[in-house]
Design a protein around this ligand. Structure first.
Ligand SMILES: Nc1ncnc2c1ncn2[C@@H]1O[C@H](COP(=O)(O)OP(=O)(O)O)[C@@H](O)[C@H]1O
Ligand SMILES: [Mg+2]
Ligand SMILES: [Zn+2]
Length: 489
C-alpha cells in the first residue's frame, strides 16, 4: 500500500462539527442550545477521560463562536463552503484562537502573559478564545493570577479549559466556569464510527473485528483510532479477527472455550496440553492470563443474567455451554480469584509459567472445590442433625452440594431452616436451644402448610419429651442425652 500523504485516522477524522462528535449527546445539545440562544459563557470547563473529544469540542466551539455564518449556524462543515475564520482556526493559523498546553505553560508568568494579552480585542473574529488543555497542571499561583480575569474578562474573551483530572482543578476556578463532563464513548458507538471510516477508506472489515477494537479501546475514540491504524497496516484492506489474533498474539475464544471444557471435566492433562499449545503459539503469558481472566469473568456475568455483548466481549451463544452448565457462580468467582491472583503473582514469581500452571491445575479441579460458605453450612447442618437426631435425607452434605450446581444460592423454602442453622451454630452465645427448636418447628409447619414435604415431624414429640422437665431447662447436654447412643461425660 502506498503511504504517501498518509495521515493518522485520529487527526484525519477529528470531528469538525458538533454533529460529528460521537457519544457526547448531552454536552453537544447543551452547548448548541447556548449558542442558539446567545448565552455564551466566559469560561467553559470540559472534563472527562482521555480521547473522548474534549479538545475537539473546544475547537468546534471556538469555530462556532467565530464562524462568519454566525454562532447559531454552527461552524462550517467540511462539505460546503468554508469561511475564512473556520479555515484559519482549523489550520491553527487564527490569531483569535490561542491553544495553550497547560502542562508546559503552567507557571505564574505564563498566566500573567495571558492576562496582558486579553486586553487586545480579536482581529478578525467576534471572540478571542483561549483553549487551555490539561488545565489541572497549572500551579496554584497561576490559577490565582487568572481568577480575576476568568471572572470578569472583556466581553470578547472566552476561556475553554480541558482536563482529564477534574478533582485537581481548584474549586475557585470550577465555580467560575460552565462545566461539561465528557463520557467514555460506548463500544457500539465506537464500532459504528469505525464502520463509517472503513466505508470511507474502502477497507473491508468483519463486524467482530471492529467490535474487538472498540472493546479494547475502553471508551476512548483516540485509542480506537490508534489501534485501528495499527491493525489496518497489516490487514491489507481486509480487517479480520483471526488475523488480529495472530498478529497481536491474543487468545481466541475457541481456545479459551476448549480450555474451560477440559477444566470442566477435570481433565488436567488436556488443560496443560492446551496451555502449552497456546503459549508455544506465540501468545505472551501475561496476555494469556488477561484473556483467560476476562473469559471467566464473562462466564460469571452470563451465569448471572448479563447478556450484553458489549460487556461480555462476545455474543452469549459463543461461550462454552459445557462450562456454563458445569459451573455455578461460587465456582466462577473462585476461578476469577485464582486468575487475578495468578496475574499479581506472575510479577514477583521465580517463574511466571509456574504460577500459570498452578492456576490451570487449580482450575482443572474447580468443579470439586467447596467454598468456606458451603463448608460452614455443612457443619451447621451436621450440628443440627446431631442435636435433633434427625439424620434423614443424608443430612448436610447433600444439602450443601445441592447448592453447587445451582446458580441461586438457596432454594426459597429452605430459608427458615438456614436461619435456624445459623443460630444453632452459635454455641458460644447465650442463644437458647429452645428458640432454635421452636423456629425449626415453625419452619416445618410453614413448609407443610405450603404443601412442601417435611422430613422431621419427629421433632415435635422429641422436643416435648425434652421439654417435659420444666426445672431442667433444655441445654445441649440434655438434648444430646435424649438422642440414643450419645454418651455425655
Ligand atoms: N467523541 C468523539 N467523536 C469522534 N471522534 C472522537 C471523539 N473523541 C475523540 N475522537 C477522536 O480522537 C482524537 C482525539 O480526540 P480529542 O478531542 O483530542 O480527545 P481529548 O481531548 O478528550 O483527549 C480526535 O482527533 C478524534 O479523531
Ligand atoms: Mg485533549
Ligand atoms: Zn465558518
Amino acid at each position: 500500500m502506498a503511504v504517501t500523504g498518509y495521515e493518522v485516522t485520529a487527526s484525519k477524522y477529528r470531528p469538525k462539527t458538533f454533529d460529528e462528535l460521537a457519544g457526547q449527546e448531552f454536552v453537544v445539545s447543551t452547548i448548541k442550545n447556548s449558542l442558539t440562544s446567545g448565552h455564551i459563557a466566559h469560561a467553559y470547563l470540559f472534563s472527562g477521560p482521555r480521547g473522548c473529544g474534549k479538545t475537539s469540542a473546544a475547537r468546534i466551539l471556538a469555530r462556532s463562536l467565530n464562524c462568519e455564518k454566525g454562532a447559531e449556524a454552527g461552524p462550517c462543515s467540511g462539505d460546503g463552503e468554508i469561511c475564512d475564520n473556520c479555515r484559519a482556526i482549523s489550520q491553527g493559523a487564527s490569531m483569535d484562537v490561542i491553544e495553550i498546553d497547560g502542562a508546559s505553560n503552567n507557571k505564574v508568568d505564563e498566566a500573567r502573559q495571558i492576562i496582558d494579552e486579553v486586553l487586545f480585542p480579536p482581529q478578525s473574529g467576534r471572540y478571542k478564545v483561549y483553549i487551555i488543555d490539561e488545565v489541572h497542571m497549572l500551579t496554584n499561583q497561576a490559577f490565582n493570577a487568572l481568577l480575576k480575569t476568568i471572572e470578569e474578562p472583556p466581553h470578547y474573551i472566552v476561556f475553554i479549559f480541558a482536563t482529564t483530572e477534574l478533582h485537581k482543578v481548584p474549586a475557585t476556578i470550577k465555580s467560575r466556569c460552565q462545566q461539561f463532563n465528557f463520557r467514555l464513548i460506548p463500544i457500539e458507538t465506537i464500532q459504528e464510527t469505525l464502520k463509517k471510516i472503513c466505508a470511507d477508506k474502502g477497507i473491508e472489515a468483519e463486524d467482530d473485528a471492529l467490535f474487538w477494537i472498540a472493546r479494547e479501546s475502553t471508551g476512548s475514540m483516540r485509542d480506537a483510532f490508534t489501534l485501528f491504524d495499527q491493525i489496518a497496516s497489516f490487514s491489507a484492506g481486509n480487517i479480520r479477527s483471526d488475523l488480529i489474533r495472530e498478529k497481536l498474539g491474543i487468545t481466541g475464544l475457541e481456545k479459551l472455550n476448549a480450555l474451560a471444557d477440559a477444566c470442566a471435566v477435570n481433565d488436567t492433562p488436556a488443560a496443560f496440553a492446551l496451555t502449552d499449545e497456546i503459549l508455544s503459539g506465540g501468545i505472551a503469558l501475561e496476555q494469556f492470563v488477561i484473556d483467560l481472566t476476562g473469559f471467566y469473568r464473562s462466564l460469571l456475568l452470563l451465569k448471572n443474567g448479563v447478556t450484553r455483548e458489549s460487556i461480555l466481549g462476545y455474543r452469549p451463544a459463543l461461550f462454552s455451554a459445557k462450562a456454563l452448565e458445569t459451573y455455578d457462580s461460587i465456582r466462577l468467582e473462585q476461578a476469577l480469584d485464582i486468575l487475578l491472583e495468578c496475574y499479581r503473582n506472575t510479577r514477583y514469581s521465580i517463574s511466571p509459567r509456574f504460577e500459570l500452571e498452578t492456576a490451570i491445575s487449580k482450575l482443572a479441579w474447580l468443579s470439586k472445590w467447596v467454598s468456606p460458605f458451603e463448608l460452614k453450612e455443612a457443619v451447621d447442618n451436621a450440628r443440627i442433625a446431631l442435636t435433633t437426631g434427625n439424620f434423614s435425607g443424608g443430612g448436610s452434605t447433600a444439602q450443601a452440594s445441592s447448592y453447587k450446581n445451582n446458580s441461586t444460592p438457596a432454594p426459597k423454602n429452605e430459608a427458615p431452616t438456614a436461619r435456624v442453622n445459623a443460630n444453632a451454630s452459635n454455641f458460644g452465645e447465650e442463644r437458647s436451644l429452645a428458640d432454635a427448636f421452636n423456629e425449626r418447628i415453625a419452619a416445618n409447619k410453614n413448609s407443610s402448610s405450603s404443601n412442601e414435604t417435611t422430613t422431621d415431624d419427629a421433632d415435635v414429640p422429641m422436643w416435648n419429651s425434652i421439654n417435659q422437665d420444666a426445672k431442667n431447662p433444655p441445654q445441649v447436654e440434655n438434648v444430646l442425652s435424649k438422642i440414643p447412643g450419645t454418651v455425655i461425660n
